[in-house]
Each structure stands twice: as C-alpha cells, then as structure tokens.
Design a protein around this ligand. Structure first.
Ligand SMILES: *[C@@H]1O[C@H](CO)[C@@H](O)[C@H](O)[C@H]1NC(C)=O
Ligand SMILES: *[C@@H]1O[C@H](CO)[C@@H](O)[C@H](O)[C@H]1NC(C)=O
Ligand SMILES: *[C@@H]1O[C@H](CO)[C@@H](O)[C@H](O)[C@H]1NC(C)=O
Ligand SMILES: *[C@@H]1O[C@H](CO)[C@@H](O)[C@H](O)[C@H]1NC(C)=O
Ligand SMILES: *[C@@H]1O[C@H](CO)[C@@H](O)[C@H](O)[C@H]1NC(C)=O
Ligand SMILES: *[C@@H]1O[C@H](CO)[C@@H](O)[C@H](O)[C@H]1NC(C)=O
Ligand SMILES: *[C@@H]1O[C@H](CO)[C@@H](O)[C@H](O)[C@H]1NC(C)=O
Length: 486
C-alpha cells in the first residue's frame, strides 16, 4: 500500500513538475534534425559537457524550469502517442523513429527520439525489436521521466566497433548511460553486444604492447552500461557480452533489482567486471550467469544491503568486496549476503580486498552455500591490496568485522592456498566465523597451510583444510566501528 501511495504521489509530482510538452515535438518530427537541447528526458550524445564522469561527480546542469504550456492538439500523424490511449500506444518502436537496424547505420538519433517520446508518457516503452541489429554511439538517456519507463531490447544493440570507430567527441569512459531515473526497467530477450575485442587489444592493456609489454598512456575504455544517480531500477532477461570494460556499473543508485541476466566475455579480456556497484544501496542480484575476465560482481565503497543469490560465476575473478580505501579514502560497506552461488574456474572465490591506509569498515557480510570448482584463493581477505609492488604499510586500515562463511565446499586450484586471511597489522579483522567449510584440491596435493595474519574468529565445525591460525577472542586494541566513521 505504502508503495502504491508513494507511486501515485510520485506520479502527481511528475505530472506537475516534469510534464514537458517540448518532448512531443521530437515525436512528431523525428525525421528532422535533432535539436541540441538539454530538455528533460533528452538523451545527450557524446558531449563531454554533459558526461557524468566517474572522476568528476558533478552532475549535468539541471533541466530548465517547467513552463506551463497547452497540451498538444490531437495528432494526425502515423505515431499516435496519447498517453491515455490503449497500452500499445505506450510502445515506441525505434524503427518507427527511423532506426535502420542493419548493423551498419547509425541509429542514435532514432533511439534518442524514441526515448524522448517514451519518457514523456507513463509506462512508456522504448522498443528495439527482435531480428534487428542496432548501432548507436555513446548516449546518456536521462530523466526525470514519467514512472514505469522501460527500455526493452529484443534485438541486438551495439556500440561502434572499437576505438577507431568511436566518435572523437564522445566519452571513452561509457557507452549507454541511464541517468536521473526512477522506476525504470531495462529488459528484453535481446543482446547487448559490446564489440570489445579491439579495446582489449590496445597496447596500453596489460601485456598487449609489443613483445608482451604494457605501453603507458591513457587507456580509457567504455563501461558498457552505466546507471547513475537513479532509483528503483529493474534489469532483466538480457544477454550482455564482450564489453570493452565493465559490463554494468551502478553508482549513486538506490533500489536495484537484477534478475536473469547472462553476462559473458572471454577469460582474458581485461577489466571486464560483470556487475560493479558503488555508493549504491538496496540491491538484489539474482539468477544470473556471469563469465568474464575480471570480477564477476564487485562491490565498492558506500554499498549497503546487498543480496546476491543464484549467481554462477566463471571464468572470472570471483565475487569481491573492494578494493576499498585507496589513497587513504574512507569506505563503508555493510550487510552484504551472497547465497547459493557457484564459482568455477576463477582466480578468486569470495574476496574482501582493502588498501593499506584506508578508513571505514566492512561489517556484516555473509557467504553461504557456495560451491567452488577449481578456484584459486577460494576464501580471501586481503588488507594489503596493491596494484603495483611499491605499497607501504600504514597504520590506518578499513576495519573488517562480522564476516560469516557457511557451507562453502568444492575444489581449489593448488597454486594458491584456498583460505587466506591477511589482515592489517594495526587493525585486526574480528569475528570471522567459519562453518562447514570443506575445500579439496582439484588435482594434486592437499594444501594444509591456510594463511592468517591478525585474524580473529571461530570455527563452528572442523574446517577442511584445518585452520590453526585463526585467533580466539578479541585483539588487545579492539576498535569501535564508530571510530571508523561509518
Ligand atoms: C486511440 O488512438 C487511436 C489512433 O489515434 C484513436 O483512433 C482512438 O480513438 C484512441 N482511443 C482512445 C480511447 O482514445
Ligand atoms: C519489460 O518491462 C516492461 C515494463 O515492466 C514490460 O511491460 C515488458 O513486458 C518487459 N518485457 C520483457 C521482454 O520482459
Ligand atoms: C530469462 O531471460 C530469457 C531471455 O530473455 C528468457 O527467455 C527466459 O524466459 C527468462 N527466464 C525467466 C525464468 O524469466
Ligand atoms: C621484440 O623482441 C624481438 C626479439 O627479442 C626483438 O628483435 C624486437 O626488436 C622486439 N620488438 C620490440 C618492438 O621491442
Ligand atoms: C540487510 O539487507 C537486506 C536486503 O539485502 C534488508 O532486507 C535487511 O533489512 C538489511 N538488514 C539491516 C539490518 O539493515
Ligand atoms: C607489511 O606488513 C606485513 C605484515 O606484518 C609484512 O608481512 C610485510 O612485509 C609488510 N610490508 C612492507 C612493505 O613493509
Ligand atoms: C559476529 O558476527 C555474526 C555474524 O556473522 C553476528 O551475528 C554476531 O552478532 C557477531 N558477534 C559479535 C560479538 O559482534
């Protein structure tokens, strides 16, 4: 009930404040050249001035204030869009807006026009229909929009093929961006094809330079799909593949439901994290298959209340919390649950990684019912995370506490110990609980030397391999989590 009430309240607010009849124009005159405007709901293509840059969190300038205007007269055009007409009138098929969908033509203008139209009606659907392959350039699909908006891809949607074809004026950090939206769905039975191959092979990528070197230089590659400063999002059904960099990224969002996704890129594609969240709260990730060249799911600073269930990862670098505390920053992560997952052929299983010198805390994390298949570093806390070799030890650290591992079974790759708790010298990890942890080598000798450093906790059942290094009780200099400012 509260939800329904909230919804109608939102709707009223949306109607009062955000009803922008200027959008109608784009709908009736889609074939005309798009005007460059920053109207509500206008997608912005490429222009760096509007790019919500991860390094520069200042948002694009606010839309112009609402100016009341008369409703448009009944249209006599082939695209009836009266919002109070039958439901099918809320579907804005991009082909009706001039999209060609032959995999060659630039369909950006058609997607922008369809978005503008769908954004202006309640429960509008931007439809990229099946059996077409649409190509669009980097675009910010921004709100606010009327509630219930869906972006449904049943065909294939892809960016230009690699850096040589990327328009010079477009951001190289992101491709599809959804910005300032509430109650939006991104779904469909189609494919988001990232065309990542040529990005992975840039000579600035690890060991892709001449003779296996790594060349210096800016190496930006676009995240495929980014949700920024949005709420109550649903993403489902899609297959998302071959991203130049992260496949999906959420930041500054609240209320995210991800279900039934398939994400895939090759094992050796650099930095192709599956789903990355940061500064994002109330997230559910369910029933999805993720195989890629980096973290399957990564949880950055500022995340809380995250529930992950029914996810299969592999090949991948596992499910990671972190890295946290880079450049002495503060990171707060709490209440994260990962259940009923399979992690296979991966460089890590479940991992918490923090840099020396950070602040903040990771509290209330539980990993339950996780099946490992040939995984290196199945269970890992690393408070000495470092991208180069030259990181100094520092006295401050992100405090890690209340971490629960239950029913984690399967096989590990013997190149690394299956359990590794490397906690900070100055700030111990506390209240680590292990229960029904049984890990055996995929092949080769049993490794019976799990590593712990300054790690406190208990084993509820006998752990395989046995652990003797987990310390009982609490460290002398026990810290209050409030001291870490979370
Ligand atoms: C819906 O739109 C169609 C086409 O514009 C129109 O003929 C029909 O009368 C409209 N129906 C209602 C209920 O407004
Ligand atoms: C996508 O979401 C919209 C809005 O919730 C819904 O109407 C549509 O049926 C969904 N399509 C698919 C293929 O799930
Ligand atoms: C998951 O998505 C696929 C592809 O869109 C669809 O065919 C399938 O029915 C979905 N499964 C469930 C359980 O919703
Ligand atoms: C690559 O290595 C080969 C053999 O060591 C050498 O002859 C060649 O100059 C190297 N190329 C570059 C670009 O460094
Ligand atoms: C933990 O997160 C879940 C959602 O994943 C939420 O339902 C629950 O209320 C949260 N618990 C606390 C104590 O905030
Ligand atoms: C940092 O501390 C750890 C644990 O005490 C130690 O093993 C490591 O050698 C130290 N590293 C440096 C660079 O001092
Ligand atoms: C230890 O962590 C568990 C969750 O794993 C939590 O339920 C319990 O309250 C914590 N114990 C203390 C003493 O904080």
């Amino acid at each position: 009930m509260a939800f329904i009430r909230g919804l109608s309240l939102l709707l009223i607010i949306a109607i009062i404040f955000f009803d922008n009849f200027g959008n109608v124009e784009g709908r009736y005159h889609f074939h005309k050249k798009q005007k460059k405007s920053s109207n509500i709901g206008s997608p912005v293509s490429g222009s760096p001035a509007y790019s919500p840059d991860p390094e520069d969190p200042s948002p694009p300038s606010d839309p112009p204030p609402y100016v009341p205007s008369d409703p448009p007269s009944v249209p006599s055009d082939p695209y009836p869009t009266n919002p109070r007409n039958t439901s099918s009138d809320c579907v804005f098929d991009v082909t009706s807006f001039g999209a060609v969908g032959d995999g060659e033509a630039d369909d950006t203008a058609a997607f922008r026009a369809a978005w503008k139209a769908a954004c202006a009606v309640e429960s509008g659907v931007v439809l990229a229909p099946a059996d077409y392959c649409f190509k669009i350039t980097s675009t910010i699909f921004s709100g606010p929009c009327k509630p219930g908006l869906a972006f449904q891809v049943d065909g294939t949607l892809m960016p230009p093929d690699g850096p040589d074809w990327w328009p010079k004026a477009d951001s190289r950090k992101q491709w599809l961006v959804f910005y300032k939206l509430d109650q939006m769905t991104f779904n469909g039975t189609g494919i988001i094809e990232g065309n990542g191959q040529q990005w992975w092979e840039l000579p600035c990528k690890p060991h892709r330079g001449p003779n296996g070197s790594t060349l210096r230089g800016p190496c930006d590659s676009p995240a495929l799909i980014r949700f920024f400063m949005s709420s109550n999002l649903v993403v489902n059904g899609l297959r998302i593949q071959n991203s130049p960099q992260f496949h999906m990224k959420f930041d500054g969002c609240e209320g995210v439901l991800i279900d039934n996704l398939s994400i895939s890129s090759p094992k050796l594609s650099p930095n192709t994290d599956g789903i990355h969240i940061e500064n994002t709260k109330l997230v559910g990730i369910y029933n999805s298959m993720i195989g890629n060249g980096d973290d399957c799911i990564s949880i950055g600073p500022g995340c809380a209340n995250v529930d992950i269930e029914g996810v299969t990862c592999g090949p991948s670098h596992g499910i990671s919390i972190g890295s946290l505390g880079v450049h002495n920053s503060q990171a707060c992560v709490s209440n994260i649950t990962v259940r009923n997952a399979i992690i296979k052929e991966s460089d890590n299983g479940v991992r918490i990684k923090t840099w020396q010198g950070g602040m903040g805390s990771v509290t209330g994390v539980s990993f339950e019912n996780i099946q490992m298949e040939n995984v290196r570093n199945c269970i890992n806390i690393d408070q000495y995370y470092c991208m180069s070799k030259g990181c100094q030890n520092q006295t401050s650290a992100v405090y890690v506490t209340d971490i629960y591992y239950r029913n984690i079974k399967g096989t590990y790759d013997v190149r690394n110990p299956p359990i590794h708790f490397a906690c900070s010298d100055s700030v111990a990890c506390t209240n680590i609980t292990l229960s029904e942890v049984e890990l055996l080598p995929q092949e080769g000798e049993l490794m019976d030397d799990p590593f712990c450093w300054n790690a406190y906790g208990i084993q509820e059942t006998l752990t395989i391999p046995p652990i003797n290094c987990l310390q009982d009780g609490e460290p002398h200099n026990i810290v209050e989590s409030s001291e870490f400012g979370c």
